[in-house]
Design a protein around this ligand. Structure first.
Ligand SMILES: [Zn+2]
Length: 255
């Protein structure tokens, strides 16, 4: 990860002397930076920004009704402005650019990273999770507290949390992306991996109800192709369905 991106977020909070999460208001900071935020109907994108070094206009697709999602789109566009503010620019960003983990699109990736580092500033995040037991409820609490999506909350936890885990997003029965904590016992799921019937995520794609509590699964469900794969190794899996996107977020950890 580019350390400059994190520094940009930290400096922004410093500049406005924001020390606590309770003092943080994303839209207020963006306004103070000369950015006007408007909600308009966009085509083929969910967020855009047009700016020069003094400020600009951020547009958020009016079709997006989820406030947490809108907020993250705004933070992403803010990221373009802050990361590349030396010059003027225009970006039109679709959902994959903003919420995806396509590391090939460096500017897009960096803009989202800025959003994560700003909204879930590391010190605030660590303070919030301290002493709390890991589980999907904690991911939901993070999402409510920081005003971000469940997937962003789970990803941030995988990055900074104390429980080694994997976060896997599958769509239409295929793994779209995953983020695995370095201290987790497995490290690899091939791109395009087909969700198999040893995982409860499979049931979601079969149109069945899936349990809203952690279930025991075999490592075979996800990590058959990992070089450290162990037979008869049990893990816990808790799924968060996202029916609107025909997707499911699976959180996997050792019990
Ligand atoms: Zn973008």
């Amino acid at each position: 990860m580019n350390p400059l991106i994190k520094a940009n977020a930290v400096n922004m909070l410093k500049q406005y002397q924001i020390k606590r999460h309770s003092e943080f208001d994303l839209y207020e900071i963006m306004n103070a930076e000369g950015l006007l935020i408007q909600r308009v109907y966009l085509e083929n994108s969910i967020g855009s920004i047009s700016y020069d070094s003094r400020g600009g206009i951020v547009s958020i697709d009016a079709n997006i009704t989820d406030e947490k999602q809108s907020r993250f789109i705004a933070a992403h566009e803010f990221g373009h402005f802050v990361n590349e503010r030396e010059k003027s620019g225009y970006f039109r960003c679709n959902g994959e650019m903003i919420f995806g983990t396509n590391t090939n699109l460096t500017l897009e990736w960096n803009a989202s990273r800025f959003g994560v580092e700003l909204i879930m500033f590391e010190d605030w995040f660590l303070k919030f999770i301290k002493g709390k037991r890991f589980g999907v409820q904690l991911i939901k609490d993070i999402s409510d507290y920081f005003g971000v999506s469940l997937s962003s909350s789970a990803l941030r936890y995988a990055e900074l949390g104390y429980t080694p885990m994997a976060v896997i997003l599958s769509q239409n029965g295929i793994v779209v992306w995953n983020s695995i904590n370095k201290s987790f016992c497995y490290s690899w799921i091939p791109k395009g991996y087909k969700v198999n019937n040893l995982s409860y995520a499979y049931d979601f794609f079969e149109g069945k109800e899936i349990p809203d509590f952690p279930e025991t699964i075999l490592a075979d469900a996800w990590f058959l192709e990992d070089r450290t794969y162990r037979k008869d190794h049990f893990l816990l899996e808790h799924n968060i369905p996202m029916p609107r996107y025909d997707a499911v977020l699976s959180i996997v950890w050792e019990g």
